[in-house]
Ligand binder design. Structure first.
Ligand SMILES: Cc1cc2nc3c(=O)[nH]c(=O)nc-3n(C[C@H](O)[C@H](O)[C@H](O)COP(=O)(O)OP(=O)(O)OC[C@H]3O[C@@H](n4cnc5c(N)ncnc54)[C@H](O)[C@@H]3O)c2cc1C
Length: 383
C-alpha cells in the first residue's frame, strides 16, 4: 500500500493549484479519474490575485481593462478595472510541471470510490489500488462523490454553462453578461476574446434545480448564428464546453482528515461562480497552514475549518448568497435594472461583487441603507 502525506482527489485547477504549493513541502499524490489532466475550462480573475503569483504571469492570456454588462434593450454598463483571462494550456502545464519537479505524483485513470478513517490516517481506495494518507483533499468539483454522499453542502441553485471556443472577428470587446430576451428566465451570453482571434463564448443560466444546458446551447446557437451579433462569430473551434456549477451553503467545511477545496469546497462565489480568483487569494495561506500542521503532526478538524473560510469569508459567502437568491428570481427586466444601477455605482463595487473581494469602505456601508438590487444584496448578507 502506498502512503503519502497528502492525497488530492481530482486534477482540475483546484487540485493542481493546491498540489503545486503543497508538493514543495510534503509528498503529494493526485488521483484523477480521467485518463488525462483536464483542460476543458477557462478562467477570468481579478488582477490583484494574479499579482500575488508572479511565477504564474507567463500563463496570462490577456488583460481586459473593462467589461460590458448589457440588457435586452441595449442598455449598457461598461465597468472598468483590470481582469485577467488565463491561458488554460499554459496554466495547467506549468502547475503540472511544478508538481512533478517537486516530486509529486499524478495518477490518471484512478477513480476514488471508498474512504475510511484509521487512527491518524485516511485510507483511500481508487480503482484497483489502496492508499494511505494523513490528509485527503477533495478537489473533485461538482461531481464529488464525497460532497454528495456526506451532504457537506446544501445546494441552493446552480449555473448551467454551455459554450465553445469560436473564431471571431478581430478586436471584439469582452462581454461579462449580455441578456437576450428569449424566455421568462434569463440566460446570459459571455464573450472572453483571446489573443488569437478566438474567444470563449458561452451562455450561462442560473436555476434552482433544473439543468438548463440543453436549452441554453440552443440559445447560444441562435445568438451566434441568427442575430445581428452573428457577424462577430465566424466558426466553432473545438468541442463544446458544457457543465453545471452548483452553488450552495457549506454545512460541513471538513470531515475528519478530509478537506474540501475548489468547487467541491464552494470556493466559487455564489453570485458569479468565478472560482479561480478566490483560490489564488487563499492557496498560499491554506497550503502553509496545512503543511505546518501535517509536518508537526498536529492537524485538527478546527484547522481544516479555519482553512475553509480563507477562500471566502463567512461574510463574503453571506453577501454572495444574498445576491444569488435575487439572481435566481430575475426576469430580463430585473437584470436591466441591475445594469442601470451598475452604471451609477463605483466600478470597484461591481468588480468586488463578481470576484467576491469586498473590502468595505464607508461608501459601501452607505449602500446598506439604500434601495436597489446591489444595496439589497449587501444588506441581505448582513441580516
Ligand atoms: C464550461 C464552464 C466554464 C466555466 N468558466 C469559468 C470561468 O470563466 N471562470 C471561473 O472562475 N470558473 C468557471 N467555471 C467554473 C469552474 O468549474 C471552476 O472555475 C473550476 O474550474 C472548478 O475547478 P475544480 O478543480 O474545483 O473542479 P473540476 O475542474 O471539476 O475538477 C474536478 C476533477 O476531479 C475529477 N474527479 C471527479 N470525480 C473523481 C473521482 N471519483 N476520483 C478521481 N477524480 C475525480 C474530475 O475528473 C476532474 O478532473 C466554468 C465551468 C464550466 C463548466
Amino acid at each position: 500500500m502506498r502512503s503519502y502525506d497528502v492525497i488530492i482527489a481530482g486534477s482540475g485547477i483546484s487540485g493542481l493549484l493546491l498540489g503545486a504549493f503543497l508538493s514543495s513541502e510534503l509528498n503529494v499524490l493526485i488521483l484523477e479519474k480521467e485518463s488525462f489532466v483536464p483542460r476543458n475550462k477557462y478562467w477570468l480573475t481579478d488582477e490583484q490575485c494574479a499579482n500575488e503569483h508572479k511565477n504564474l504571469s507567463e500563463c496570462i492570456e490577456t488583460i481586459y481593462e473593462s467589461m460590458d454588462y448589457i440588457a435586452y434593450d441595449g442598455t449598457k454598463a461598461t465597468v472598468t478595472g483590470n481582469s485577467i483571462l488565463w491561458n488554460t494550456d499554459r496554466l495547467v502545464e506549468l502547475l503540472y510541471n511544478i508538481i512533478r519537479k517537486n516530486g509529486g505524483v499524478i495518477e490518471t485513470e484512478c477513480s476514488i470510490y471508498s474512504i475510511w478513517n484509521e487512527k491518524k490516517n485516511v485510507r483511500v481506495k481508487a480503482s484497483n489500488e489502496d492508499f494511505s494518507t494523513r490528509l485527503l483533499i477533495d478537489c473533485m468539483g461538482n461531481s464529488s462523490p464525497l460532497v454528495l454522499a456526506k451532504q457537506t453542502v446544501s445546494i441552493v441553485g446552480r449555473y448551467s454553462v454551455a459554450g465553445a471556443i469560436m473564431e471571431t472577428a478581430p478586436d471584439i470587446s469582452p462581454i461579462a453578461l449580455q441578456n437576450v430576451m428569449l424566455q421568462k428566465k434569463p440566460s446570459y451570453l459571455e464573450v472572453f476574446p483571446r489573443n488569437d482571434n478566438k474567444a470563449y463564448v458561452a451562455m450561462i443560466a442560473p436555476s434552482v434545480r433544473e439543468d438548463r444546458t440543453k436549452e441554453i446551447m440552443k440559445h447560444l446557437h441562435f445568438v451566434t448564428t441568427q442575430t445581428d451579433m452573428a457577424e462577430m462569430f465566424l466558426s466553432v473551434d473545438g468541442p463544446p464546453l458544457i457543465g453545471t456549477v452548483p452553488v450552495g451553503i457549506v454545512k460541513k467545511p471538513c470531515l475528519n482528515r478530509v478537506f474540501f477545496f475548489g468547487e467541491a469546497g464552494q470556493c466559487n462565489p455564489s453570485c458569479s461562480a468565478t472560482a479561480l480568483t478566490r483560490m489564488l487569494y487563499s492557496v498560499k495561506e491554506t497550503s502553509k497552514l496545512l503543511s505546518q500542521k501535517i509536518q508537526a503532526d498536529t492537524l485538527t478538524k478546527k484547522d481544516l475549518k479555519e482553512c475553509c473560510y480563507l477562500s471566502n469569508s463567512r461574510l463574503n459567502r453571506k453577501i454572495q448568497m444574498s445576491f444569488f437568491k435575487q439572481v435566481l428570481k430575475f426576469n430580463s427586466d430585473k437584470f436591466r435594472q441591475l445594469v442601470v444601477e451598475m452604471d451609477k455605482h463605483p466600478d470597484k463595487l461591481v468588480n468586488d461583487l463578481i470576484f467576491s473581494t469586498y473590502r468595505f469602505s464607508p461608501f459601501d456601508i452607505g449602500l446598506l441603507f439604500r434601495r436597489g438590487i446591489l444595496g439589497q444584496g449587501i444588506r441581505g448578507g448582513f441580516i
